[in-house]
Design a protein around this ligand. Structure first.
Ligand code: ZN
Length: 257
């Protein structure tokens, strides 16, 4: 978590602009004390005591915090991005990583890096949809996406399918790279064999569809402020997933795969 509440005046504070001697700091969700961590290399942030059960800030890696900080800083320089902030607590049932308006469109950016339950993805998507907020879910780019064989996690496939075959990976500032997961096939070349009459056979090679791996197909880099549009996602039940009617923020490129 990059923000907390300063007990002294009950005001939301940002770790970047806070000092340790301004403590105590309180978690806005569980109201327990949180602690400021500042360093030369790490992104300044607040953390709970180790035995805390609070979900706020849980599972946030250094990359997650870096992404949140960089996107916020970049948005705040954009005239078309209005009233952006991180970790707003007003919605009560969800704490968006980043929220504000792009021109006249209310937008939430959720950053996902660690493993997440698909039910949690559905819940958050529903919570933003019922409030009329367009959701942009982004992951953090990793170099395995540039190989021809990629093993996405199940929740990663879910978000990909939620956006009808697009998944956004953050690179830097406001730039994200959309990927489509294409099919992956294993090349199989069976061994020659002998039949009962002693004759040798050479079975032909073939391709076998992989359920586990995909071929990542990269789209053009898109800018969060310039390259996205509201997108209405209708209900759908597929072999593995179920999607509810939801409103999303999706890139404006034509299909590139
Ligand atoms: Zn807490």
């Amino acid at each position: 978590m990059l923000t907390s509440v300063r007990l002294y005046n009950n005001k939301k504070v940002d770790a970047e602009y806070s000092k340790k001697d301004e403590k105590p700091f309180i978690c806005p969700l569980c109201k327990e004390e949180v602690f400021l961590r500042k360093g030369l290399v790490r992104i300044h942030h607040f953390y709970h005591k180790q035995n805390s059960n609070c979900h706020f800030g849980e599972g946030e890696s250094e990359n997650h915090r870096l992404c949140k900080r960089q996107i916020l800083n970049a948005l705040q320089k954009e005239p078309a991005a209005i009233n952006f902030d991180i970790e707003r607590t007003e919605l009560k049932t969800v704490i968006p990583d980043i929220s504000g308006r792009i021109r006249d469109i209310p937008v939430v950016i959720e950053i996902q890096n660690s493993s997440i339950d698909i039910e949690t993805i559905k819940y958050r998507t529903r919570e933003y949809t019922r409030r009329g907020i367009y959701l942009l879910w982004i992951l953090i780019w990793n170099d395995r996406l540039d190989s021809e064989k990629y093993n996405p996690r199940l929740w990663e496939r879910y978000i990909h399918d939620l956006y009808k075959g697009r998944l956004y990976y953050w690179k830097e500032d406001l730039d994200v790279i959309p990927y489509h997961f294409g099919d992956y096939y294993f090349y199989r070349e069976p061994e020659p064999y002998y039949d009962t009459s002693g004759e040798q056979h050479y079975p032909g090679s073939y391709y076998e569809f992989s359920k586990r791996y995909v071929t990542p197909i990269k789209g053009n880099v898109v800018n969060i402020v310039e390259g996205f549009l509201p997108f209405v996602r209708n209900y759908e039940k597929t072999d593995i997933f179920e999607f509810h009617n939801s409103i999303l923020y999706s890139d404006n490129q034509n299909i590139w795969w």
